[in-house]
Write a protein that binds this ligand. Sequence first.
Ligand SMILES: NC(=O)c1ccc[n+]([C@@H]2O[C@H](COP(=O)([O-])OP(=O)(O)OC[C@H]3O[C@@H](n4cnc5c(N)ncnc54)[C@H](OP(=O)(O)O)[C@@H]3O)[C@@H](O)[C@H]2O)c1
Length: 317
Amino acid sequence: MSSNTNICLIGGSGFIGTELAAQLISAGKNIRVLSRDLRKMKSLRVVPTVDIHQVDPHDETALTQAFTNQDVVINLVGILNQSVGKGGTFAEAHTELARNIAAASKKAGVKQIIQISSLHADAESGPSEYLRTKGQACDILRDSGVPLTIFCPSVVFGNGDGLFTRFANLLHAMPFMPLACADARFAPVYVGDVARQIKQAIDDPEFIGKSINLCGPEVFTLREIVQYTADVLEIKRPIIGLPNGIAKIQAWVMEWVPGKPFSRDNYNSMQVDSVCEDSDSRQPTSVQKIVPTYLGKMNRQSRLQHYRELARRDERG
Ligand SMILES: NC(=O)c1ccc[n+]([C@@H]2O[C@H](COP(=O)([O-])OP(=O)(O)OC[C@H]3O[C@@H](n4cnc5c(N)ncnc54)[C@H](OP(=O)(O)O)[C@@H]3O)[C@@H](O)[C@H]2O)c1
């Protein structure tokens, strides 16, 4: 039985963090979740084994205090696009934050750091600023001397993801889909599988010192992902693959759209296929098993059923 009971999550309010928190609570761990905004943590506030702190992780002193009595620190902070404001650049959110985590972990006596990185993150050879700074973060944490486990997932799917759910919303809103990097390949991995692997790394010393790639069981091109999304939604939309020159212009234009749905850095990230070479990295849960359970609710039949129920409720007053 491991003695790693107190687990601190940074960026635990996000997509992967929410699933991980649920799995850790079920496993009987005491979790401390740090967030810059406590309003994001409403659902966890009521769980007695969860300790929620409003902390700016860019403040090393506050981070050291938050790490007190914590056995394991899990860093789930990651941004796909830079923003104006404190901590909003890739260098700040990935590299500088890793420096803070390393220093605070040493001071607080943390026994293990688990870093959630990305497939093909590399300080030198990463094709985008996102992947290079993610790689730098791993190097900094490795150099800290605190026992470290790194997970490098391909794109992650599950309810509320930024992949199928995002394309579902776009497909509903647009008469056709102009698609950059349509032939880029991905091996989408289920968020439940990612969280299960992280949970295992807390209790198994075999994971210390390892960097583990995580992929799903199948490989899809981006065009196949969008087509599959349209099929589940039961809608027909022409998917138009954009030539590279036009795709780069689209990326530049999208940087000016609120929420930055696509950027030149995202384009650069997609210049390397997000797939795993080794079979050990492949996690079991398929897209076909999970995606219809959440996207299905967005298809025509389900929406009609929803409107019928609303109408019946109105009739009843
Ligand atoms: N989702 C994927 O497909 C995928 C694929 C590969 C790798 N990853 C990596 O996995 C990790 C978790 O991903 P996710 O999808 O769960 O991300 P997410 O939903 O965007 O959540 C990340 C969390 O990081 C915190 N955060 C965001 N910007 C920050 C900043 N500038 N400074 C400090 N904290 C900040 C936020 O927490 P608060 O606002 O509460 O502080 C946010 O909830 C990330 O490192 C990501 O790069 C994700």
